[in-house]
Design a protein around this ligand. Structure first.
Ligand SMILES: [Zn+2]
Length: 400
């Protein structure tokens, strides 16, 4: 599986990244994108670009010379920027995996000429990794010579890829390249930062546009909620939908069948393309979103009566919108009525099952369930339990 891949299983999605798999509800990628604030990073990208532009077109400087100027060295600057982006998204793991892998992937997919050379000698990447390990330094000479045979392009793409991935511990990897001309490596560093800046700008535009897409097709309380998802999707302005439909063709579909697993994964070097694909998957599978009645941001409702999201609303008390809403009086009456109606409906359904299939549903279990549900209902009335949690806690158990 290539990095940066997304796959679905019913209402669950998986993100494959180097070193693991992250699991979440379908829709989480879009919601993570909507929650992220890309502006501080965009600002940093622009500042970094300005700083790097001073290093452009300097002839006769070697990698070794650059390494002496720690503060202004373009590849360290680019790698430090990449590290800062990664840190910034630490609290958003779903996004971090995709974004981090994407930056590493950049070197795999964005340089066609390099790509050819890299695939020509598949283990170049490993060679550079080996050089990075201090203990292998005494074996490094032949590897460096090998890289030089393959050409300058290989050297810089790999060096920068590793630097960006493992900065600052990879600084030493430049050992052995001190007398190599710096120009191309600096140019690559500049191009990398410019590309991330462009990606961030794209993501900011996407945030606005995906809100519109959701409002048209998937907002459970939206203006068009009476229509079918198909009808809703068709009413999205063509100019908007075409933009992402066209990008859609950049999606790489991969099937993986081994003894243990069989699935189809989707890969793209563009996060927006992946998120749009997730949006379409949600349309096809009728997975709706709703605006939280408290913070007004989109969330994935657990049930038809979910009105509040699970976002942390108060950093001090660690309370979510759902917790706060359950406590606040203004929502009590609605919550109580809804929870009571839900309780009655379920109690009737449960009782009916006991009558029709006594061997599967015992009367004792029903009584126990009823007593517990009543207790929980009391908690809702006291504002100690949200209606969503009540819903989750009082599901009728499966047949024996
Ligand atoms: Zn909320």
């Amino acid at each position: 599986m290539q990095f940066n891949a997304l796959r679905f299983e019913g209402k669950t999605e998986y993100i494959e990244y180097e070193g693991g798999t992250a699991e979440a509800d379908v829709g989480q990628l879009i919601l993570s994108l909507l929650d992220a604030d890309f502006h501080p990073m965009l600002q940093l990208a622009k500042e970094t670009e300005r700083k790097l532009s001073a290093c452009c077109g300097t002839e006769g400087i070697t990698i070794g010379d650059r390494m002496q100027e720690l503060e202004t060295c373009p590849y360290y600057t680019a790698a430090a920027f990449s590290s800062a982006v990664k840190d910034y998204f630490k609290n958003n793991p779903h996004l971090l995996h995709l974004f981090a892998e994407q930056r590493v992937d950049y070197f795999r997919y964005s340089f066609d000429a390099e790509q050819e050379k890299l695939s020509y000698e598949g283990d170049v990447f490993d060679i550079v990794s080996d050089i990075a390990q201090e203990e292998n330094w005494h074996y490094a000479d032949w590897r460096i010579n090998k890289l030089r045979e393959l050409g300058d392009l290989c050297i810089r793409a790999n060096i920068l890829q590793k630097l960006i991935k493992e900065y600052p511990c990879y600084k030493k990897s430049l050992y052995g390249f001190e007398d190599v001309e710096d120009n191309t490596l600096s140019a690559l560093a500049i191009r990398f930062v410019a590309d991330v800046r462009w990606q961030l700008e794209q993501l900011i535009t996407f945030q606005e546009e995906i809100e519109t897409l959701l409002a048209y097709a998937l907002d459970a309380n939206g203006n068009l909620s009476e229509l079918s998802v198909g009808q809703r999707y068709s009413s999205i302005p063509r100019t908007l939908i075409n933009k992402y439909e066209n990008a859609h063709s950049q999606l790489i579909v991969q099937s993986r069948i081994t003894e243990g697993t069989a699935y189809i994964g989707y890969h793209s070097e563009n996060l927006c393309t992946l998120a749009f694909f997730e949006f379409k998957y949600m349309c096809v599978n009728d997975i709706h979103v709703r605006r939280c009645a408290r913070c007004e941001r989109y969330f994935l409702p657990f049930s038809k009566i979910s009105r509040y999201c699970d976002r942390l609303a108060d950093l001090n008390t660690k309370k979510t919108c759902k917790d706060i809403a359950a406590m606040e009086k203004y929502s009590d009456k609605i919550s109580q009525n809804e929870a009571l109606a839900l309780y009655r409906k379920r109690a009737n359904a449960y009782q009916m099952r006991c009558r029709r299939a006594p061997s599967c549903y015992s009367h004792e279990d029903y009584e126990a369930w009823k007593e517990r549900a009543r207790g929980l209902l009391e908690q809702v009335n006291r504002g100690e339990l949200s209606p969503e949690d009540f819903d989750m806690e009082t599901q009728i158990p499966d047949a024996k």
